[in-house]
Design a protein around this ligand. Structure first.
Ligand code: MG
Length: 166
């Protein structure tokens, strides 16, 4: 059985992962409307990954005999006015998620929940990757600035990301 404290904290994280999917999907849609199809695909692949993250936590709660509570998902209020604004927002969001994953890990240690520690260890690694990959895109976009040729090249490069490439 999972403790009440751990269960509630994981339920909150499920909502955050679903919100992440919603945020990335909105960013992808906005970039598609602004004719950046590659960046739009990148964001949509990320949205799929976020749904998978939520699914991992949902499975875990179910396997541990807990009950998942589905709360309302907030409206994504990201700034999608330019590719760099959208990706900077994504990076900031991932840093926020990392803080929560670290907090959950600390709670699992405190609660002596070893199964949760194993699951959260995977998420700790995943967050290192997420921040690195979004951070790299932000750096490239900042370097590209308003150079439309550089932006087109980046759009094409980011469109080559496949959803299997996590
Ligand atoms: Mg996630």
């Amino acid at each position: 059985m999972i403790s009440e404290t751990m269960l509630q904290a994981i339920n909150e994280q499920i909502n955050r992962e679903l919100f992440s999917a919603y945020l990335y999907r909105a960013a992808g849609s906005s970039l598609a409307s602004d004719n950046y199809p590659g960046m739009a695909d990148w964001m949509s692949s990320q949205a799929t990954e976020e749904n998978e993250h939520a699914e991992k936590f949902i499975q875990f709660v179910e396997d541990r005999g807990g009950r998942v509570v589905f709360e309302a998902i907030d409206k994504p209020e990201g700034d999608f006015s330019s590719p760099v604004a959208a990706f900077e927002g994504a990076l900031e969001h991932e840093q926020f998620i990392t803080e929560h994953i670290n907090g959950l890990y600390a709670l699992a240690v405190k609660e002596k929940d070893y199964a949760a520690q194993v699951l959260l260890g995977w998420f700790v690694d995943e967050q290192v990757e997420e921040e690195a990959s979004v951070g790299l895109v932000v750096e490239k976009l900042r370097r590209a600035g308003n150079d439309s040729a550089a932006l087109l090249m980046l759009d094409s490069e980011l469109g080559k990301r496949s959803s299997s490439e996590e």
